[in-house]
Design a protein around this ligand. Structure first.
Ligand code: SAM
Length: 266
């Protein structure tokens, strides 16, 4: 039996290993790497996607927290000079340090338990990132891609869509993994904007407004934001104060944040 077969999946690291070759090929096709590109894979696990990816790019960096899996990967890819293995926590990794000439292309079948904080960490480094292809819990991708007025639209949708173009690509059922997770998964493509469609001068204020609004999503925006902005101020931003937070688009939240930022400067 190879070392590959003896590794026990660790729940605390969100380990669900892909075994379906059709799905793996479909993911690599969606990324469509070229032989001149440098890619980064977060959480390579036993190297199921890594094996195919490495044949289709110039250089591949993989970031894996589980030392047993790193040992297994080092063994499996012993004679692969274009693979760099980093035994690190992806949540604290300095992605921009890997950039040489071109921006990075990131991908990963992400551990679901850290997916949201990891996405926010990556978005803080989005100036070094060309695009990201991630396998995530379907429910999370639904929230990321949701449009105003829909049930799934909320803080995550606004914060991600402010920074990236979001494309939900295809779903993957639990049977593609070992062990099988209890939920469906979706592959999502995120492309950070170089020129954002709307831009705010103070992202902390933007974040505060969005968080406050969706913490009271059943109320009107007037009531949800009453500690931050008055009715007249909301109207001054060309927003009907009787709307619910889920009816406002990214550009509406950006206008509210700009208004508040100006007031704080006065
Ligand atoms: N890519 C492999 C596959 O598709 O079969 C494994 C995917 S598994 C869902 C998630 C992987 O991320 C595991 O290998 C796990 O050890 C690793 N991981 C979990 N938390 C991590 C972290 N904070 N930093 C880096 N890797 C992590």
């Amino acid at each position: 039996m190879s070392r590959n077969d003896t590794h026990q999946a660790r729940k605390r690291f969100g380990q669900n290993f892909l075994h379906d070759q059709y799905v793996i090929q479909k993911i690599v096709n969606a990324i469509s790497p070229t032989l001149e590109q440098t890619l980064v894979e977060i959480g390579p696990g036993k190297g199921a996607i890594t094996s195919l990816l490495i044949q289709n790019c110039k250089e591949l960096h993989v970031i894996e927290i589980d030392r047993d899996l790193v040992a297994l990967l080092k063994n499996k890819f012993l004679h692969t000079p274009n693979l760099q293995i980093h035994t690190r926590d992806a949540l604290h990794f300095d992605y921009c340090s890997l950039v040489q000439n071109n921006k990075l292309r990131l991908m990963g079948n992400l551990p679901y338990n850290i997916s949201t904080p990891l996405l926010f960490h990556l978005l803080e480094n989005s100036n070094c990132i060309e695009d990201m292809h991630f396998m995530l819990q379907k429910e999370v991708v639904d929230r990321m891609a949701a449009m105003p007025g829909s049930r799934d639209y909320g803080r995550l949708s606004v914060m991600i869509q402010y920074q990236c173009h979001v494309d939900a690509l295809f779903n993957v059922g639990p049977g593609a993994f070992t062990p099988a997770p209890k939920v469906d998964s979706t592959i999502v493509r995120l492309e950070p904007y170089t020129d954002k469609p709307v831009e705010v001068s103070n992202t902390q204020i933007f974040q505060r407004i969005v968080t406050q609004a969706f913490s009271l999503r059943r109320k009107t925006i007037r009531n949800a934001l009453k500690r931050m902005l008055g009715e007249k101020q909301i109207r001054d931003c060309s927003i009907d104060p009787d709307l619910r937070p889920e009816m406002l688009g990214v550009e509406d939240y950006a206008r509210l944040a700009e208004y508040m930022a100006k007031q704080e400067r006065l």
